[in-house]
Ligand binder design. Structure first.
Ligand code: HEC
Ligand code: HEC
Length: 208
């Protein structure tokens, strides 16, 4: 509790500081309420979680969203009820999205990029030297910044297991701040699918 009020105090102090600056600048209409995104006084820490409704359409009944930008992780267009949380022993997403089953399930297959290791495997040799192993797809800076993409031979790269870390279920939550970002797409295909595995070394100068 003590720790908590300290944080509240420093937040309030920051508020005073910003408020003070505003007065110096000739505007005094910044109130403690207007400082926070939730439009509540900064010293009121009684946060109420907004009630939101998640998409109810079952997988197979949903309409996919346009990609947020080129190679953005697609948003989950269907309900994830009963599918989350993903655990070590239970990842229902795989049952429909693994490439070998996806077509039959009418689901987008997990792309090639998720079956690659973009990090080198680092081993310390007997002489203490660091050795990097893996498939180098582009030599950069004489070996110092090489681009790696080692195929995992049909086994999902473990760093991709927790799908909802990057792919997000959608709700009707009202954004606190209006998003004015507009993506640029070169082809219409990029609006509905991704090809990162084919393009990740785009622009990498391989001559150095
Ligand atoms: C019962 C099968 C099924 C399960 C389980 C499932 N999905 Fe899907 N998913 C689909 C289908 C089918 C679509 C295509 C849209 C539709 O028809 O609902 C889809 C669409 C998607 C898309 C959008 C792809 C695009 O091209 O825009 C993402 C992302 C996604 N699912 C992620 C997930 C994640 C993450 C999980 C686990 C939490 C999951 N799905 C579980 C069947 C499934
Ligand atoms: C570390 C972040 C991350 C994780 C974890 C992850 N993805 Fe992705 N996913 C992406 C990104 C970024 C893209 C778009 C670029 C690309 O093609 O790789 C993508 C693309 C996709 C696509 C669209 C493929 C297409 O052809 O358009 C599907 C489907 C998908 N992921 C499913 C999954 C599923 C299912 C899981 C869990 C098993 C998962 N992803 C885990 C980041 C992630």
């Amino acid at each position: 509790m003590k720790k908590f009020s300290k944080i509240a105090l420093s937040v309030a102090a920051l508020g005073l500081f910003i408020g003070g600056c505003a007065v110096v600048n000739g505007s005094s209409d910044i109130t403690p309420e207007s400082l926070s995104l939730r439009k509540a006084p900064v010293h009121d820490e009684n946060i109420k979680i907004q009630k939101v409704n998640y998409i109810k359409a079952a997988p197979g009944q949903a309409k996919t969203f346009e990609r947020s930008y080129v190679n953005a992780p697609p948003l989950i267009p269907h309900s994830v009820e009963g599918l989350v949380p993903i655990t070590k022993n239970n990842n229902a997403c795989l049952g429909c999205h693994m490439p070998e089953v996806a077509k039959a399930m009418h689901a987008t297959p997990i792309p090639k990029s998720h079956f690659m290791n973009f990090r080198p495997t680092e081993v310390i040799a007997k002489d203490g030297k660091l050795i990097k192993k893996g498939r180098v797809v582009a030599k950069v800076n004489g070996g110092a910044n090489d681009v790696y993409a080692t195929p995992t031979h049909g086994k999902l790269y473990p760093g991709r297991f927790n799908c909802t870390q990057c792919h997000i279920a959608q709700s009707d939550a009202k954004p606190l701040v209006k998003n004015t970002f507009k993506p640029d797409f070169v082809t219409t295909k990029e609006m509905e699918s991704s090809n990162l595995a084919n393009t990740f070394d785009q622009g990498v100068d391989t001559t150095k």
